[in-house]
Design a protein around this ligand. Structure first.
Ligand code: UD1
Length: 419
C-alpha cells in the first residue's frame, strides 16, 4: 500500500501538460467492440481505470499492442467471451459500457451489475430501459444483466435524467441498429462528443453532437480507425484549483479552454487572473487569498460534479462564506469530514455544504475515499500548514496520470511512500 506525503504551503508555479481524458478513453476503448477491424488510439492516459478496461476487453477476447509512439492498437473484432465479470466490473462502473456495443454487434451479453459505490447508488435503469426500447430482452438475476436481441431497431429514446454513460451506451448500440434512433435529453459532455467523433470516423452516422438531441442512422458495419483522445478537462481543472488554493501561478497546456467555461468562470470569481489561448490556460493567484464562490453542480455545460470536491477545498481557505450544492450524486461529500479534520469549517445540510472560510488549514493524516474526494484532499494538503499524509492512493491512480510527478514539476513537496 502506498500513501502520499505532502509538505504544504508552497505556491505552485510552472507548466504542465494535460493527459488524455479518462472519461473519453473508457467509452472509446469499449467502442472497439463495434468495429470489424482494429482501432489505433493516441493520447490515452496511463491510469488504473484504463488498465482495468484493457483487462476487461482482453478477458472478452480482444488483443492490444502498445505502440512505440505511446498509442494503443486495440483489436476487439472477434470477441470470444460475451461476459463482463463481477471481479472487474465492481472496480469500475464504466464497465457497463460493454453492454450496448456487445448487444449491437453480437446480439448477446452477460454483464455483472455494477452495484452501488461510495458516491451513491448509481443505478443503470436508464441504460436497460433504452436498450429494451430498441428491442433487447433483458433479465436481471444473480447480480448479472442477461441481454439478448434478435436485432436492435432504431426508436425514440427520451431520457428522464441526463446520464453520460447511458447516453454513450445507447449511442453505441444505435450505430449498428436498424433504422434511425433519436436520443432526447442526451448528455452533452465533451466526452460524449469525443465518442461521437471517433464513432463517425469508424463509419457511424450520427448528428446533433453538442446538443441534447442525437440522431443516429444505423449502419451494417463499423471499421477501425485512428483517433486521438481529447484532453482531460477535470484533470486540468484540478491543477488550476491547486494553483489557486496555494496562491500560485501555473500554465496548463494541451487543453481545450472552451470545454471548461463553467470552471474557468468560477475561478475568475475567486479572484484569479486567467488567460486562455487556443490550447492552454494560465492562472495567476500570486500573493492573494481566493474569494469564496457558490457552486451548484449540474450536467454540462453547467458546473461539473467531478470538480465539486476540489472547489470545496478552495472555499475552505477562501475569504467569505459559500454554499456548495450537489445535484447529481446523493452522497458525494466524503471529503467533508476529512477537510474538517484539517480545520475547515463545513456544515452539511441535505445536499448542500455551508462553508465558512478559515485563514488556513493544518496538515493531518487523511484517508482517500473516492477519486475526486481524494483530489480535494491533495489540494488541501498542498495549501495546509505542515505535513499531510493521504492513504489509499489507488483512488487517485484511477483518474490522475503521474500525479505526484506533475505536482513536483510545479514545485510541490509531495512524495509517494510505501507503508
Ligand atoms: C459519468 C462520469 C463521472 C461523472 C458523471 C456525472 C464516466 C465514466 N463517468 O458517470 O465521472 O461524475 O458522469 O457527470 O464518464 N442515473 C440513474 N439511472 C441510470 C443512470 C444514471 O438514475 O441508469 C443517475 C445517477 O445516479 C446520477 C445521474 O443519473 O444521479 C447522472 O449520472 P451519470 O451521468 O449516469 O453518471 P455516470 O455516467 O455513471
Amino acid at each position: 500500500m502506498y500513501k502520499l506525503v505532502i509538505q504544504g504551503g508552497i505556491p505552485l508555479s510552472g507548466n504542465i501538460k494535460t493527459s488524455g481524458s479518462k472519461n473519453s478513453t473508457l467509452p472509446i476503448f469499449f467502442s472497439s467492440i463495434l468495429a470489424d477491424s482494429p482501432l489505433k488510439l493516441a493520447n490515452t492516459p496511463q491510469l488504473s481505470d484504463v488498465s482495468t478496461t484493457l483487462r476487461l476487453l482482453m478477458d472478452m477476447g480482444s488483443n492490444f499492442v502498445l505502440e512505440e509512439d505511446g498509442s494503443i492498437f486495440i483489436d476487439s473484432s472477434n470477441l470470444t467471451n460475451l461476459r463482463a465479470d463481477y471481479s472487474l466490473v465492481k472496480t469500475m462502473r464504466a464497465s457497463i459500457l460493454t453492454l450496448g456495443p456487445m448487444l449491437a454487434k453480437y446480439k448477446k451479453a452477460k454483464i455483472s451489475l455494477p452495484g452501488g459505490c461510495a458516491i451513491g447508488t448509481r443505478p443503470v435503469n436508464l441504460h436497460l430501459d433504452a436498450l429494451e426500447k430498441m428491442g433487447a430482452k433483458i433479465e436481471v438475476r444473480n447480480g448479472y444483466i442477461y441481454a439478448t436481441a434478435k436485432e436492435l431497431i432504431g426508436t425514440q429514446i427520451n431520457f428522464d435524467l441526463v446520464s453520460v454513460t447511458a447516453t454513450e451506451n445507447t449511442l453505441m448500440a444505435a450505430t449498428l441498429a436498424k433504422g434511425f434512433t433519436t436520443i432526447n435529453n442526451a448528455a452533452q459532455e465533451p466526452e460524449v462528443t469525443d465518442l461521437i467523433y471517433c464513432l463517425r470516423k469508424m463509419g457511424a452516422k450520427i448528428t446533433g453532437e453538442n446538443t441534447s438531441t442525437l440522431i443516429i442512422e444505423g449502419v451494417d458495419r463499423l471499421s477501425g480507425t485512428e483517433y486521438s483522445i481529447c484532453p482531460d478537462r477535470i484533470e486540468a481543472g484540478t491543477y488550476l484549483v491547486a494553483a489557486a488554493i496555494t496562491g500560485g501561478s501555473i500554465t496548463v497546456n494541451n487543453i481545450e479552454p472552451d470545454s471548461m467555461r463553467s470552471v474557468i468562470g468560477k475561478l475568475i470569481e475567486t479572484g484569479a487572473d486567467i488567460q486562455t489561448n487556443k490550447n492552454s490556460i494560465k492562472l495567476d493567484m500570486k500573493s492573494r487569498r481566493p474569494q469564496a464562490v457558490n457552486i451548484r453542480t449540474s450536467a454540462y455545460p453547467n458546473f461539473p460534479t467531478d470538480m465539486q470536491a476540489q472547489f470545496m477545498a478552495l472555499n475552505s481557505i477562501a475569504e467569505g462564506n459559500s454554499t456548495i450544492t450537489e445535484t447529481i450524486f446523493e452522497n458525494r461529500f466524503m471529503h467533508v469530514p476529512e477537510l474538517s479534520r484539517m480545520g475547515a469549517n463545513l456544515k452539511l445540510e441535505g445536499n448542500t455544504v455551508v462553508c465558512k472560510g478559515v485563514t488556513s488549514l493544518t496538515g493531518a493524516n487523511l484517508m482517500a475515499t473516492d477519486l475526486r474526494a481524494s483530489a480535494s484532499l491533495v489540494l488541501a494538503g498542498l495549501a495546509a500548514k505542515g505535513l499531510t499524509t493521504i492513504e489509499r492512493v489507488y483512488h487517485l491512480d484511477r483518474g490522475y496520470e503521474m500525479i505526484e510527478e506533475k505536482f513536483k514539476m510545479l514545485g510541490a513537496d509531495i512524495k509517494r511512500v510505501q507503508h
